[in-house]
Structures are given as C-alpha cells and as structure tokens.
Design a protein around this ligand. Structure first.
Ligand code: SF4
Length: 261
C-alpha cells in the first residue's frame, strides 16, 4: 500500500530537546521567535493537510451543534451514521425538544452512552426553544449557557456554521501544541488563549482542523510518526517517536483509520 501524501519522510537529523528528556517549551525562545516559528508551522500544516475540514456532516448550525454534542466519546464517523435518521425525524430544535425519549435512545444507541446523550440533546433542544426561539445563537457568550456546551463545542459551531473564527482545543490539539513547544498549559481555555496569541485570528478555524488532522494521522498520542512528519524541522519534540522514515511512514494513518481515535 502506498503511503499517504501527508507522510513526509524526514532526512536524518538530531533528536530534539523533548526526545532527550527535556521540555518542548523553551523559556529562552523570545515571544517573537515563537510567533514566527508558530506561523511557519501553521503554513506548513496547510500544505500537509490541504483536505482538512470538519468531519461531522451537517446542513445548518442546529445540526452541527447536536452532532458535536453527540461526538463526545465516539468518532465523527459514528455520529455521521446516526444523524441522517435523527435529523430526518427531528429537523429542528422544536421537534427535537418534543422527541419521544425511547425513540431518541434507539436512534442514538450506536454512538454509545445513548441514555446520557438522549438527555443532553433533549435538554439542549429545550433550552434553544425556551431561550432562543429555537435558533442556535451565534455568540460564544450565549452558546456556553446551553446545557452540555463548552467552549470547544461553541468554537466548532461558531467556526464552521457561522464563519466566526474559533480554536477548537480537543485532546489532539492540546497534545500537539504542547509538543510544538507553544504552551505548557494543560487547561483547554488557557491553551486556547496562548495559541490565539500565536496564530492569526482569521486562520483559527482551519488551523484547528489541520492540527486535529495531524494528530489523528501523524502525531499520535502513543507513537508519533516523527520520521514522516512535515513539521520535524520546527518541532522541539522531534524524536519522541520513531525517526526512521521507513518505520515512521508505517505509523502514519490513512484517513479511514485515523477516525478511530
Ligand atoms: S510527529 Fe514528531 S516531529 Fe511531528 S509534530 Fe509530532 S512530535 Fe513533532
């Protein structure tokens, strides 16, 4: 099987600080140097993952909001399998708010934790009807008042349904920007604030998709494919995973396989 186009065999180079037991975050790096490096890496990510996009299927803000809530603890692909049935039957907040719970649970069963998820989407739909006339609000301050909606979900909706730039800090995003040495923060809100200083606002939504694609396909939690990573040149964590291009290329996941994380 040929390797995906986003596998970039890396010429031999020394393993970097983090691979030798140090921290990827270099306190000596000036804010200007870090910003320049971050922007260079962001540009490279756009070349590596030109196909990056929101992997949840949706036709409007309501569908994206519900799909994002359903994507907790499961894959986007699994959510995409149930949402056509869900939205055919409950196309808006008003119909979903009045849904029969048993019927809803049956539809959501394949996504796991279906009782909790049925509760979440019912509560969400009811709040939309009661407080926003059944419409999804287009402001962060309103979105985060909805049950089950945090900044991550709100940013997905703002960025992809309303065209308002947003950084989506999920587990991939947090892991990667720490490996990049852009932040040491673990708290998603703090990570969001620090990365917002480094990446131009207009790029936030697409940048988030690209980082998440990179996390799913190349820079895995357990075995980062460093020897096949197009960011190796600028990444202080180069070498935390195999650096041999042949070994690393085998670790790179195809789009189909990358949806399992
Ligand atoms: S795969 Fe390795 S080189 Fe690439 S971003 Fe991840 S840690 Fe850095």
């Amino acid at each position: 099987m040929s390797s995906p186009a986003y596998a970039r065999p890396v010429p031999p180079r020394a393993r970097r600080a983090a691979a030798r037991g140090g921290s990827p975050f270099d306190p000596q790096e000036t804010p200007l140097a870090r910003t320049r490096r971050a922007r260079r890496m962001a540009r490279e990510l756009a070349l590596i993952h030109p196909d990056a996009h929101c992997e949840l299927d949706f036709a409007n803000a309501f569908e994206l909001l519900v799909a994002t809530v359903l994507s907790a603890q499961t894959t986007d692909k699994m959510v995409n399998r149930v949402t056509p049935t869900l939205f055919a039957k409950y196309p808006d907040a008003a119909t979903l708010a009045g849904a029969d719970r048993a019927d809803l649970e049956e539809i959501l069963k394949p996504t796991g934790f279906f009782r909790a998820k049925a509760n979440s989407v019912l509560g969400l739909a009811q709040a939309l009807v009661e407080r926003f006339d059944g419409e999804v609000p287009a402001r962060m301050a309103d979105l985060v008042t909805l049950p089950g909606v945090g900044r991550k979900t709100a940013n997905v909706v703002l960025g992809n349904a309303f065209g308002v730039p947003g950084l989506t800090v999920d587990t991939h995003f947090g892991r990667l920007v720490r490996r990049f040495g852009w932040t040491t923060e673990e708290d998603p809100v703090k990570v969001e604030t620090e990365v917002a200083e480094l990446v131009p606002k207009r790029e936030w939504t697409m940048f988030s998709h690209r980082v998440i694609f990179h996390g799913r396909r190349v820079c895995h939690a357990k075995k980062a494919a460093c020897g096949a990573c197009g960011l190796a040149r600028w990444c202080p964590s180069y070498g935390i995973g195999p650096t041999d291009p042949e070994v690393a290329t085998k670790l790179v996941k195809t789009p189909a396989a990358s949806d399992t994380e």
